[in-house]
Design a protein. Structure first.
Length: 197
């Protein structure tokens, strides 16, 4: 039975919200609204490290959007820090002599350029290891050790190096969110650029 006391305010709120969304689209256009929701901030650093580590810019922007929504001071409940939400232990490992060989405090992850540089370098490392973007996204969120185990398990992989099932619901949602964001960035900022796939 329809309970007007509970549902009517909700219906009115949805109508107002819908009207507001339509008025925004009519006034600014869909591209402008998409650019407001999916900004391309810190582009000078994104372009620089995309080129240096051969990672598409829209992938970096998508990771930043999903990880921190472009907040350089973001810190997760698990302790991940900065724009690209890297854990201090991962950052310390990437600063070691076997990788970028720099002696940086993990607090540098709050510096947008450092976060983008190391996050992009890590994406390159993961792509060289897994050769598939969905697998890379799963490893970025769920850990490369977990992904390596899943790839060895026929319950989660096809035996050819591709994940068919992600056992961590959070990581499965993460991969979907990154792909959705990636599609928006590619179609909004990069659809007319030569060489963008």
């Amino acid at each position: 039975m329809f309970n007007s006391k509970i549902k009517l305010p909700m219906v009115i709120a949805l109508i107002i919200l819908g009207a507001f969304a339509i008025s925004l689209l009519a006034h600014f256009g869909i591209t402008a609204v998409k650019k407001h929701i999916f900004p391309a901030e810190y582009l000078q650093h994104v372009e620089k490290y995309a080129s240096e580590y051969n990672i598409p810019e829209y992938i970096i922007l998508s990771i930043i959007k999903v990880e921190s929504d472009f907040d350089p001071n973001a810190t997760s409940s698990a302790g991940a820090m900065g724009l690209m939400q890297m854990l201090p232990a991962t950052f310390t490992w990437l600063t070691s002599f076997e990788h970028l060989n720099e002696n940086l405090s993990y607090y540098k992850l709050y510096d947008p350029e450092v976060s983008i540089r190391y996050g992009t370098y890590y994406l390159q490392y993961l792509f060289e290891k897994f050769h598939d973007w969905d697998t890379v996204f799963a490893a970025y969120n769920g850990g490369e050790g977990n992904v390596a185990k899943w790839l060895d398990d026929p319950e989660y992989s096809d035996g050819k190096g591709n994940l068919t099932n992600i056992p961590f619901p959070e990581t499965e949602k993460y991969v979907k969110k990154v792909n959705f964001s990636l599609d928006v960035y590619r179609s909004t900022y990069y659809k007319n650029k030569v060489g963008v796939k």
